[in-house]
Design a protein around this ligand. Structure first.
Ligand code: PLP
Length: 376
Protein backbone atom coordinates (compact mmCIF):
# COMPACT_ATOMS: atom_id res chain seq x y z
CA UNK A 1 0.00 0.00 0.00
CA UNK A 2 1.17 3.50 -0.85
CA UNK A 3 -0.68 5.82 1.51
CA UNK A 4 -0.65 9.43 0.27
CA UNK A 5 -3.73 10.73 2.10
CA UNK A 6 -2.14 11.88 5.35
CA UNK A 7 -4.08 15.17 5.44
CA UNK A 8 -7.27 13.09 5.83
CA UNK A 9 -5.81 10.99 8.60
CA UNK A 10 -2.49 9.44 9.56
CA UNK A 11 -1.59 5.91 10.55
CA UNK A 12 -1.31 5.79 14.35
CA UNK A 13 2.29 5.23 15.44
CA UNK A 14 3.13 2.14 17.51
CA UNK A 15 3.69 4.29 20.60
CA UNK A 16 0.16 5.71 20.29
CA UNK A 17 -1.38 2.27 19.73
CA UNK A 18 0.41 0.87 22.77
CA UNK A 19 -0.61 3.83 24.92
CA UNK A 20 -4.29 3.48 23.88
CA UNK A 21 -4.26 -0.26 24.66
CA UNK A 22 -2.60 0.37 28.02
CA UNK A 23 -5.19 3.05 28.78
CA UNK A 24 -8.03 0.65 27.95
CA UNK A 25 -6.53 -2.03 30.20
CA UNK A 26 -5.97 0.34 33.11
CA UNK A 27 -9.49 1.80 32.64
CA UNK A 28 -9.74 4.08 35.73
CA UNK A 29 -11.86 7.23 35.74
CA UNK A 30 -9.59 10.19 36.53
CA UNK A 31 -12.35 11.69 38.70
CA UNK A 32 -12.32 8.65 41.06
CA UNK A 33 -10.48 9.18 44.31
CA UNK A 34 -9.06 5.65 44.58
CA UNK A 35 -5.80 4.37 43.17
CA UNK A 36 -7.14 3.45 39.73
CA UNK A 37 -8.54 6.96 39.35
CA UNK A 38 -5.31 8.56 40.48
CA UNK A 39 -3.32 6.45 37.99
CA UNK A 40 -5.64 7.60 35.16
CA UNK A 41 -5.30 11.21 36.28
CA UNK A 42 -1.52 10.87 36.23
CA UNK A 43 -1.59 9.51 32.67
CA UNK A 44 -3.92 12.32 31.55
CA UNK A 45 -1.62 14.95 33.02
CA UNK A 46 1.42 13.33 31.43
CA UNK A 47 -0.24 13.68 28.02
CA UNK A 48 -1.34 17.25 28.76
CA UNK A 49 2.27 18.12 29.64
CA UNK A 50 3.52 16.64 26.35
CA UNK A 51 1.10 18.76 24.30
CA UNK A 52 1.70 21.90 26.36
CA UNK A 53 5.44 21.49 26.07
CA UNK A 54 5.25 21.02 22.28
CA UNK A 55 3.25 24.28 22.04
CA UNK A 56 5.42 26.16 24.54
CA UNK A 57 2.28 26.55 26.69
CA UNK A 58 1.42 25.94 30.32
CA UNK A 59 -0.29 22.60 31.06
CA UNK A 60 -3.30 24.47 32.48
CA UNK A 61 -3.75 26.19 29.10
CA UNK A 62 -4.46 22.85 27.36
CA UNK A 63 -7.96 21.31 27.44
CA UNK A 64 -8.85 17.94 25.93
CA UNK A 65 -11.83 17.79 23.56
CA UNK A 66 -13.25 15.08 21.30
CA UNK A 67 -11.72 16.54 18.11
CA UNK A 68 -10.52 19.78 16.54
CA UNK A 69 -14.06 20.39 15.29
CA UNK A 70 -15.25 20.55 18.91
CA UNK A 71 -12.32 22.82 19.80
CA UNK A 72 -13.16 25.32 17.05
CA UNK A 73 -16.93 25.18 17.72
CA UNK A 74 -16.22 25.89 21.40
CA UNK A 75 -14.14 28.95 20.57
CA UNK A 76 -16.37 30.45 17.89
CA UNK A 77 -19.72 29.95 19.63
CA UNK A 78 -18.13 30.79 22.99
CA UNK A 79 -16.65 34.06 21.72
CA UNK A 80 -19.98 34.93 20.07
CA UNK A 81 -21.92 34.20 23.27
CA UNK A 82 -19.66 36.35 25.43
CA UNK A 83 -17.89 39.21 23.62
CA UNK A 84 -20.27 38.85 20.67
CA UNK A 85 -23.12 40.32 22.73
CA UNK A 86 -21.50 43.73 22.26
CA UNK A 87 -19.30 43.22 19.21
CA UNK A 88 -20.91 41.60 16.22
CA UNK A 89 -18.09 41.25 13.72
CA UNK A 90 -15.98 38.15 12.98
CA UNK A 91 -13.00 38.23 10.64
CA UNK A 92 -11.94 34.96 9.01
CA UNK A 93 -10.93 33.68 5.56
CA UNK A 94 -12.83 32.09 2.70
CA UNK A 95 -10.56 29.01 2.83
CA UNK A 96 -11.21 27.76 6.37
CA UNK A 97 -12.09 24.16 7.15
CA UNK A 98 -15.87 23.56 7.56
CA UNK A 99 -15.37 23.18 11.34
CA UNK A 100 -14.74 26.95 11.36
CA UNK A 101 -16.59 28.05 8.22
CA UNK A 102 -19.94 26.47 9.15
CA UNK A 103 -19.85 27.99 12.67
CA UNK A 104 -19.39 31.38 10.98
CA UNK A 105 -22.31 30.64 8.60
CA UNK A 106 -24.54 29.95 11.61
CA UNK A 107 -23.49 33.16 13.33
CA UNK A 108 -24.07 35.13 10.12
CA UNK A 109 -27.64 33.76 10.14
CA UNK A 110 -27.97 35.11 13.70
CA UNK A 111 -26.96 38.61 12.62
CA UNK A 112 -23.16 38.58 12.98
CA UNK A 113 -21.18 40.36 10.29
CA UNK A 114 -18.70 37.78 8.97
CA UNK A 115 -15.85 39.12 6.86
CA UNK A 116 -14.08 36.36 4.90
CA UNK A 117 -10.78 37.38 3.38
CA UNK A 118 -10.13 35.67 0.03
CA UNK A 119 -6.77 34.74 -1.51
CA UNK A 120 -5.33 37.18 -4.06
CA UNK A 121 -4.62 36.23 -7.71
CA UNK A 122 -1.44 34.42 -6.58
CA UNK A 123 -3.39 32.31 -4.09
CA UNK A 124 -1.97 34.14 -1.05
CA UNK A 125 -3.98 35.54 1.84
CA UNK A 126 -2.64 38.96 2.73
CA UNK A 127 -1.94 39.75 6.39
CA UNK A 128 -2.76 43.41 5.63
CA UNK A 129 -6.23 42.47 4.34
CA UNK A 130 -6.92 40.57 7.57
CA UNK A 131 -5.58 43.38 9.77
CA UNK A 132 -7.49 46.13 7.99
CA UNK A 133 -10.78 44.19 8.26
CA UNK A 134 -10.56 44.27 12.08
CA UNK A 135 -12.14 47.18 13.97
CA UNK A 136 -13.57 48.10 17.37
CA UNK A 137 -16.67 46.06 16.67
CA UNK A 138 -14.74 42.79 16.11
CA UNK A 139 -15.13 40.00 18.67
CA UNK A 140 -13.05 37.27 17.00
CA UNK A 141 -10.49 36.67 14.27
CA UNK A 142 -10.18 33.03 13.18
CA UNK A 143 -7.45 32.13 10.69
CA UNK A 144 -6.09 28.65 9.94
CA UNK A 145 -2.31 28.07 9.84
CA UNK A 146 -2.13 25.60 6.94
CA UNK A 147 -4.90 25.06 4.44
CA UNK A 148 -5.95 21.40 4.31
CA UNK A 149 -6.59 21.35 0.56
CA UNK A 150 -3.56 23.13 -0.86
CA UNK A 151 -1.03 23.36 1.99
CA UNK A 152 -1.00 27.17 1.67
CA UNK A 153 0.52 28.72 4.81
CA UNK A 154 -1.47 31.70 6.08
CA UNK A 155 0.21 34.76 7.68
CA UNK A 156 -1.25 34.09 11.13
CA UNK A 157 1.69 35.35 13.17
CA UNK A 158 1.93 38.67 11.30
CA UNK A 159 -1.81 39.27 11.35
CA UNK A 160 -2.39 38.31 15.01
CA UNK A 161 0.62 40.29 16.28
CA UNK A 162 -0.56 43.45 14.52
CA UNK A 163 -4.20 42.94 15.57
CA UNK A 164 -3.27 42.37 19.22
CA UNK A 165 -1.16 45.52 19.20
CA UNK A 166 -4.00 47.68 17.92
CA UNK A 167 -6.99 45.86 19.46
CA UNK A 168 -5.81 43.85 22.50
CA UNK A 169 -9.42 42.87 23.35
CA UNK A 170 -10.06 41.09 20.03
CA UNK A 171 -9.92 37.30 20.48
CA UNK A 172 -7.66 35.39 18.08
CA UNK A 173 -8.16 31.74 17.11
CA UNK A 174 -5.97 29.54 14.92
CA UNK A 175 -6.93 26.15 13.50
CA UNK A 176 -3.49 24.53 13.61
CA UNK A 177 -4.66 21.02 12.67
CA UNK A 178 -2.52 20.77 9.52
CA UNK A 179 0.41 22.70 11.01
CA UNK A 180 0.96 21.12 14.43
CA UNK A 181 4.00 18.81 14.50
CA UNK A 182 4.74 19.79 10.90
CA UNK A 183 5.76 23.43 11.30
CA UNK A 184 7.09 24.94 14.51
CA UNK A 185 3.89 26.05 16.31
CA UNK A 186 4.67 28.03 19.46
CA UNK A 187 1.93 29.94 21.24
CA UNK A 188 4.02 33.00 22.08
CA UNK A 189 5.06 33.56 18.45
CA UNK A 190 1.65 32.82 16.96
CA UNK A 191 -0.17 35.41 19.09
CA UNK A 192 -3.28 33.23 19.34
CA UNK A 193 -5.65 33.22 22.30
CA UNK A 194 -7.00 29.85 21.12
CA UNK A 195 -5.51 26.98 19.09
CA UNK A 196 -7.39 23.91 17.81
CA UNK A 197 -5.51 20.61 17.50
CA UNK A 198 -6.37 17.06 16.43
CA UNK A 199 -4.55 13.85 17.34
CA UNK A 200 -5.38 11.80 14.26
CA UNK A 201 -3.45 14.14 11.95
CA UNK A 202 -0.24 13.54 13.95
CA UNK A 203 -0.23 9.73 14.09
CA UNK A 204 -2.46 9.63 17.16
CA UNK A 205 -5.95 8.15 17.54
CA UNK A 206 -9.21 9.56 16.17
CA UNK A 207 -11.80 11.07 18.50
CA UNK A 208 -9.44 13.19 20.56
CA UNK A 209 -8.45 16.82 20.14
CA UNK A 210 -7.18 19.68 22.22
CA UNK A 211 -7.90 23.33 22.68
CA UNK A 212 -5.24 25.76 23.85
CA UNK A 213 -6.68 28.74 25.73
CA UNK A 214 -4.27 31.48 26.72
CA UNK A 215 -4.15 31.98 30.49
CA UNK A 216 -6.53 34.75 31.57
CA UNK A 217 -8.85 34.41 28.56
CA UNK A 218 -12.37 33.18 29.35
CA UNK A 219 -15.19 31.91 27.17
CA UNK A 220 -18.25 29.84 28.14
CA UNK A 221 -18.20 26.05 27.78
CA UNK A 222 -19.89 24.18 24.96
CA UNK A 223 -20.42 21.04 27.08
CA UNK A 224 -21.68 21.47 30.63
CA UNK A 225 -22.26 18.80 33.26
CA UNK A 226 -19.84 17.12 35.64
CA UNK A 227 -17.21 19.85 35.38
CA UNK A 228 -14.27 17.81 34.08
CA UNK A 229 -11.27 19.60 32.56
CA UNK A 230 -11.24 22.10 35.43
CA UNK A 231 -14.88 22.95 34.84
CA UNK A 232 -14.39 23.89 31.20
CA UNK A 233 -15.30 20.73 29.29
CA UNK A 234 -17.66 18.30 30.96
CA UNK A 235 -17.76 14.62 30.08
CA UNK A 236 -15.61 11.76 31.38
CA UNK A 237 -12.23 12.08 29.71
CA UNK A 238 -11.24 9.39 27.22
CA UNK A 239 -8.00 8.59 29.00
CA UNK A 240 -6.91 5.91 26.47
CA UNK A 241 -7.26 8.35 23.56
CA UNK A 242 -5.63 11.14 25.57
CA UNK A 243 -2.70 8.79 26.28
CA UNK A 244 -2.45 7.97 22.57
CA UNK A 245 -2.45 11.68 21.71
CA UNK A 246 0.28 12.35 24.26
CA UNK A 247 2.42 9.44 23.04
CA UNK A 248 2.17 10.59 19.39
CA UNK A 249 3.00 14.13 20.40
CA UNK A 250 6.04 13.06 22.44
CA UNK A 251 7.31 10.96 19.57
CA UNK A 252 6.85 13.56 16.85
CA UNK A 253 8.03 16.63 18.73
CA UNK A 254 11.53 15.16 18.91
CA UNK A 255 12.23 15.74 15.21
CA UNK A 256 9.92 18.22 13.47
CA UNK A 257 12.84 19.59 11.42
CA UNK A 258 14.08 16.20 10.22
CA UNK A 259 10.61 15.16 9.06
CA UNK A 260 10.10 18.53 7.37
CA UNK A 261 13.31 18.00 5.33
CA UNK A 262 12.34 14.49 4.32
CA UNK A 263 8.82 15.44 3.29
CA UNK A 264 10.10 18.54 1.43
CA UNK A 265 12.31 16.30 -0.70
CA UNK A 266 9.32 14.08 -1.50
CA UNK A 267 7.13 17.05 -2.48
CA UNK A 268 9.95 18.43 -4.67
CA UNK A 269 10.23 15.09 -6.39
CA UNK A 270 6.47 15.09 -7.02
CA UNK A 271 6.40 18.63 -8.45
CA UNK A 272 9.44 17.83 -10.62
CA UNK A 273 7.75 14.72 -12.05
CA UNK A 274 4.51 16.69 -12.59
CA UNK A 275 6.40 19.33 -14.56
CA UNK A 276 7.84 16.57 -16.77
CA UNK A 277 4.38 15.12 -17.48
CA UNK A 278 1.96 16.68 -20.00
CA UNK A 279 -1.47 17.41 -18.60
CA UNK A 280 -0.61 17.56 -14.88
CA UNK A 281 -0.92 20.89 -13.12
CA UNK A 282 0.46 21.55 -9.64
CA UNK A 283 -2.07 23.68 -7.76
CA UNK A 284 -0.25 24.05 -4.42
CA UNK A 285 2.18 26.92 -3.89
CA UNK A 286 5.92 26.18 -3.87
CA UNK A 287 6.24 27.90 -0.49
CA UNK A 288 3.33 26.02 1.10
CA UNK A 289 3.53 23.18 3.60
CA UNK A 290 5.48 20.31 2.04
CA UNK A 291 2.99 17.88 3.60
CA UNK A 292 0.20 18.71 1.12
CA UNK A 293 0.35 18.97 -2.65
CA UNK A 294 -2.78 19.29 -4.77
CA UNK A 295 -2.54 18.58 -8.47
CA UNK A 296 -5.01 18.41 -11.36
CA UNK A 297 -4.80 15.77 -14.06
CA UNK A 298 -6.41 17.60 -16.98
CA UNK A 299 -9.40 15.89 -18.53
CA UNK A 300 -9.61 13.04 -15.99
CA UNK A 301 -12.27 13.04 -13.27
CA UNK A 302 -10.90 12.94 -9.71
CA UNK A 303 -13.17 10.11 -8.53
CA UNK A 304 -12.35 7.92 -11.53
CA UNK A 305 -8.66 8.59 -11.02
CA UNK A 306 -8.91 7.90 -7.29
CA UNK A 307 -10.36 4.43 -7.92
CA UNK A 308 -7.88 3.73 -10.71
CA UNK A 309 -5.05 4.51 -8.28
CA UNK A 310 -6.68 2.52 -5.47
CA UNK A 311 -6.71 -0.56 -7.71
CA UNK A 312 -2.94 -0.16 -7.86
CA UNK A 313 -2.66 0.15 -4.07
CA UNK A 314 -2.19 3.94 -4.11
CA UNK A 315 -4.39 6.00 -1.78
CA UNK A 316 -4.96 9.71 -2.41
CA UNK A 317 -7.87 12.08 -1.92
CA UNK A 318 -10.09 13.68 -4.54
CA UNK A 319 -10.07 16.89 -2.48
CA UNK A 320 -10.75 17.44 1.16
CA UNK A 321 -11.89 14.22 2.89
CA UNK A 322 -14.67 16.13 4.68
CA UNK A 323 -16.29 17.30 1.47
CA UNK A 324 -16.93 13.71 0.28
CA UNK A 325 -18.43 13.85 -3.18
CA UNK A 326 -19.12 17.60 -2.93
CA UNK A 327 -17.10 19.99 -5.06
CA UNK A 328 -14.76 21.96 -2.88
CA UNK A 329 -15.43 25.69 -2.88
CA UNK A 330 -12.08 26.27 -1.18
CA UNK A 331 -10.10 25.16 -4.20
CA UNK A 332 -12.17 27.61 -6.29
CA UNK A 333 -11.22 30.37 -3.84
CA UNK A 334 -7.61 29.59 -4.71
CA UNK A 335 -8.38 30.46 -8.32
CA UNK A 336 -8.74 26.93 -9.74
CA UNK A 337 -11.16 26.92 -12.71
CA UNK A 338 -14.41 24.93 -12.62
CA UNK A 339 -13.04 22.58 -15.28
CA UNK A 340 -9.88 21.75 -13.33
CA UNK A 341 -11.81 21.42 -10.06
CA UNK A 342 -13.26 18.15 -11.33
CA UNK A 343 -9.74 16.78 -11.76
CA UNK A 344 -8.12 17.67 -8.43
CA UNK A 345 -6.16 15.08 -6.50
CA UNK A 346 -4.80 15.92 -3.07
CA UNK A 347 -1.55 14.13 -2.34
CA UNK A 348 -0.50 14.39 1.29
CA UNK A 349 2.58 13.02 2.93
CA UNK A 350 4.09 11.91 6.20
CA UNK A 351 7.70 11.11 7.03
CA UNK A 352 7.03 7.40 6.51
CA UNK A 353 6.62 8.02 2.77
CA UNK A 354 9.50 7.52 0.37
CA UNK A 355 10.39 9.44 -2.82
CA UNK A 356 10.01 6.21 -4.81
CA UNK A 357 6.30 6.22 -3.90
CA UNK A 358 5.68 9.42 -5.88
CA UNK A 359 7.51 7.79 -8.83
CA UNK A 360 4.93 5.00 -8.65
CA UNK A 361 2.08 7.50 -8.32
CA UNK A 362 3.17 9.42 -11.41
CA UNK A 363 3.70 6.18 -13.38
CA UNK A 364 0.13 5.17 -12.52
CA UNK A 365 -1.23 8.62 -13.50
CA UNK A 366 0.58 8.39 -16.84
CA UNK A 367 -0.96 4.94 -17.35
CA UNK A 368 -4.41 6.44 -16.60
CA UNK A 369 -3.81 9.28 -19.04
CA UNK A 370 -3.23 6.67 -21.74
CA UNK A 371 -6.25 4.51 -20.91
CA UNK A 372 -9.10 6.35 -19.13
CA UNK A 373 -11.94 8.22 -20.85
CA UNK A 374 -11.58 12.01 -20.80
CA UNK A 375 -14.17 14.43 -19.37
CA UNK A 376 -16.10 15.92 -22.30
N1 PLP B 1 -9.23 21.70 10.59
C1 PLP B 1 -8.51 21.24 9.55
C2 PLP B 1 -7.61 22.18 8.81
C3 PLP B 1 -8.61 19.91 9.16
O1 PLP B 1 -7.90 19.46 8.11
C4 PLP B 1 -9.47 19.04 9.89
C5 PLP B 1 -9.67 17.63 9.48
O2 PLP B 1 -9.72 17.32 8.31
C6 PLP B 1 -10.19 19.58 10.97
C7 PLP B 1 -10.04 20.90 11.30
C8 PLP B 1 -11.12 18.73 11.79
O3 PLP B 1 -10.41 17.89 12.65
P1 PLP B 1 -11.17 16.74 13.48
O4 PLP B 1 -11.31 15.59 12.57
O5 PLP B 1 -10.28 16.45 14.66
O6 PLP B 1 -12.46 17.32 13.92
Amino acid sequence: MIYLDNAATTKPCEEAVEAVVRGLREFGNPSSLHGLGLAAEKEREHARNAIASALGALPEEVFFTSCATESSNTVIFGAAASVGKRKKKIVTTSVEHPSVAVCCDKLAEQGFEVIRISPDENGSISAEDIISAVDDNTCLVSIMLVNNETGTILPVERAFTAIKKKYPQVLTHCDCVQGFMKLPVKVKKLGADFISLSAHKIHGPKGIGALYIRKGVHIPSLLVGGGQERGFRSGTESVPLIMGFGAACEKLSADIGGRFEKVSAIKSRLTQLCSETDGIRVLSPADGSPYICSIAVEGLKSEVMLHFLEQRGIYVSSGSACSKGKKSTVIKEFGVSDKLRDSVLRISFCAENEPSEVDQLIAAIREAQGSLARIK
